[in-house]
Design a protein around this ligand. Structure first.
Ligand code: DGJ
Length: 339
């Protein structure tokens, strides 16, 4: 197994080595490869020469093309995004702007008109009904109406048509994500009243929910990113609640033959080690992307936002931190870095 030192940059480079299909032995700790997919904390420049703004989003791979989506540049006051943007790439390094796939003007059913808070969009494909669904945290700028928004589109390029806004179980819903299991069962994982992460199955058409909360974490967390590692081993990477300021990651685990439901979620030991791990290398989780190497291995990529609240330009200049997640020898542990 590759044992990288605890440097975000080195870890990112190590990620690239994996992507290039080179082994850790080949990589050594010497000169690094010229290509870097993303310098930690930076904002990539797209093929039109503009900053890539895709915050709180995720990656989708389709027919050898990577799609990166997320919220548009956040603006003061309150750091609000008007749109959800889409970018495409063949190598995770050069990004083409595919435009806005959703705009807040199409939202109906909120107590007041725009501006709104649109955060943490997540998109999955509904095979049964042949459309893409987009779910996101929809709120008033003041966080005074914490809900989820749902939209759908026939193509990933959109535009996504707004379907509904609602508060699951009638309760406040803050940070959220979607998870789609191998059998296409999909789940909403969201911060319920900022008190715990609650999990609910999506209805078969993915446009609403089926039933109430079927499992939950024992205490509060936000910024959930769900992944599977092994046939019945589920994980939620998340953060503490400190606004736009970074904090250490929280890792939850469940062993279940019934997906994310019907099981208890346990907090794992601190999953990140080394300098910078106390702030998750100045980032907050948004997704975990299962990158498939050419030789059929899976590399789990941590995708995080560096919100830059205290930096020049504030959250409008938020960057991105992508790191490999490294499974340890122990089957029930996954770590962010290794010292
Ligand atoms: C933390 C959340 O994870 C972000 O999405 C955002 O809502 C900030 N809080 C706002 O302070």
């Amino acid at each position: 197994m590759c044992r990288p030192p605890a440097s975000g940059i080195w870890l990112l480079t190590n990620l690239l080595l994996h992507i290039l299909g080179l082994s850790c032995t080949t990589a050594s700790f010497g000169p690094q490869p010229e290509t870097t997919v993303l310098t930690p904390g930076s904002i990539p420049i797209d093929t039109d020469g503009n900053q890539v703004h895709a915050h709180g989003g995720a990656l989708i791979e389709m027919d050898g093309i990577f799609f990166w989506y997320g919220t548009s540049q956040k603006q003061p006051p309150g750091w609000l995004s008007t749109d959800i943007n889409l970018y495409s790439s063949e190598d995770l390094a050069e990004w083409r702007n595919e435009g806005s796939i959703f705009n807040w003007q199409s939202i109906v059913g909120m107590p007041t008109g725009p501006p709104y808070r649109i955060e943490r969009p997540k998109i999955i494909w509904c095979e049964e009904f042949h459309y893409w669904v987009l779910w996101f945290h929809l709120d008033l700028p003041s966080f005074g109406y914490p809900a989820v928004g749902v939209a759908k589109a026939e193509t990933l390029q959109g535009p996504f048509d707004f379907v509904q806004v609602f508060k699951p179980d009638g309760r406040s819903s803050f940070d959220m994500t979607l998870f789609q299991d191998d059998d296409d069962t999909a789940y909403l994982v969201r911060s319920v009243e900022n008190s715990f992460l609650g999990i609910t199955k999506l209805a078969p058409n993915y446009l609403g929910l089926e039933g109430g909360i079927c499992a939950q974490t024992p205490f509060q967390a936000e910024a959930p990113a769900v992944f599977k590692h092994g046939p019945s081993s589920y994980w939620i990477l998340s953060s503490h609640l400190t606004g736009w300021a970074p904090n250490p990651p929280l890792l939850w685990h469940a062993n279940s033959s019934e997906g994310l439901c019907g099981t208890s979620w346990y907090l794992m030991p601190q999953p990140a080690t080394g300098p910078g791990s106390e702030t998750t290398w100045d980032s907050q989780s948004t997704a975990v992307f299962p990158y498939q190497t050419e030789d059929g291995r899976e590399l789990l990529m941590y995708l995080g936002d560096r919100w830059n609240a205290a930096g020049p330009g504030g959250v409008a200049q938020a960057g991105y931190v992508w790191l490999p997640l490294i499974p340890t020898a122990a089957p029930s542990q996954v770590i962010l870095a290794d010292s």
